[in-house]
Every structure is written in C-alpha cells, then in structure tokens.
Design a protein. Structure first.
Length: 199
C-alpha cells in the first residue's frame, strides 16, 4: 500500500475520503460524531504462530517506522522477537502488538494496524489482549511510549485509559543522531511515556 501523493509506504488512511497516506502527508483534523465510521470488519486476535508471521512483523515494523527496532523506556527492542499478538483477517496480518516484561509492568514495544483496518477497533482489541496478559501475570500496569509528532497514537492511547506521566526530551533525536520530519512535517524529538493501571 502506497501513499497517494508520493508513493512511499502508506501507514494511515484518511478518515474522510479513504486515501492511503504516509506520515508526511497525513494531516490532523476534527471529525464530527455523525462522520464517525459505523461499519465493522471481521478479524481474530491471537499469538504469533510461525516464523513466517515473525517475518511479517519485521516487514510491518520497517514499513511503519523505517526500522525493525523500537526505542522505548531506554531500551532498544526488536519487535519481532518479543511476545506478540496479531489481528488476522482474510488470511493476512492486519495489526500487531509486541510487548515485554518490565519490572511490575508489561511494556508495549510496538503497535501497528494496517491503514485499511484503522478505525475499526483492531488496536483496542490488541491492547486489551496485553492488558489481560498483564493481569494474568500479576502486573500492576501497562506502559507505552510514542514520539512527540505521533498525535494519532497519543490520542488513541489516552482514549483507552492511558495517561502521560513522563517526557524524555530529545530521546528520539539522539537515537537517530538527527531531528527527522514526522507526521504532518512535525520534528521528531521527544519520547512521551504513558501508563495505564491494571485493576
């Protein structure tokens, strides 16, 4: 799936017209309640079951972030090597969440949903699986981080009960040795850390 404007890998879908776009050509906007999607899609969530699926996770990581590893909470993690839940639809992976043990918490290393499946609850279902696993393991919370430009992710996590508790200025810029352009051309600099308590 390619961006309608430049041909780069598309990682978002316009909620108004449905065009697929890369991070640079994504724009944030306001949508009224009556324009919210009411359609549903069918998918199933389960654990990664094969090396072929791990390879697909690596490919998705490269497509969404340009790399297979994620910097989060001071750790550089290879998302395909971590415990992972995937959402499957029509014999393909349409989303995944990778996570790891982090003291009294589970730490989400990466969450991605294919653009044509965004807005249907896939991300929420994947996060719920991690929360259920955290409760089963006796963890007190789930942690996640995002970059300062990723306002869609920031809005998503807050809408499902996470809150910002720490900002690491320049953490992402230092990892890459430069300030890159992110969503809507915003400079990618800081790591924003969020948590959700498990009751």
């Amino acid at each position: 799936m390619s961006c309608e404007y430049c041909g780069k890998d598309a990682v978002y879908k316009c909620c108004s017209c449905g065009k697929l776009v890369c991070a640079e050509h994504a724009r944030l906007g306001t949508t009224c309640h009556s324009c919210k999607r009411e359609a549903t899609v069918e998918y199933a969530v389960g654990r990664v079951t094969s090396n072929e699926e791990k390879k697909k996770i690596q490919e998705l990581g490269k497509r969404f972030w340009g790399e297979e590893e994620q910097l989060t909470f001071g750790r550089v993690l290879s998302v395909a090597e971590l415990p992972t839940y995937v959402a499957r639809a029509k014999d393909r992976i349409v989303g995944f969440v990778s996570f790891t043990d982090f003291n009294e918490a589970l730490l989400i290393a990466a969450l991605a949903v294919q653009p044509d499946y965004q807005g249907f609850g896939v991300g929420t279902s994947l996060i719920k699986k991690v929360e259920t696993e955290g409760k089963r393991l006796g963890k007190k919370k789930v942690l996640v981080s995002t970059s300062n430009d990723d306002l869609p992710a920031l809005a998503f996590y807050q809408s499902i009960g996470f809150w910002i508790f720490e900002v690491k200025p320049n953490a992402i810029a230092e990892k890459h040795g430069k300030i890159m352009k992110g969503i809507g051309g915003l400079p990618v600099r800081d790591e924003l850390r969020l948590k959700k308590l498990l009751h």
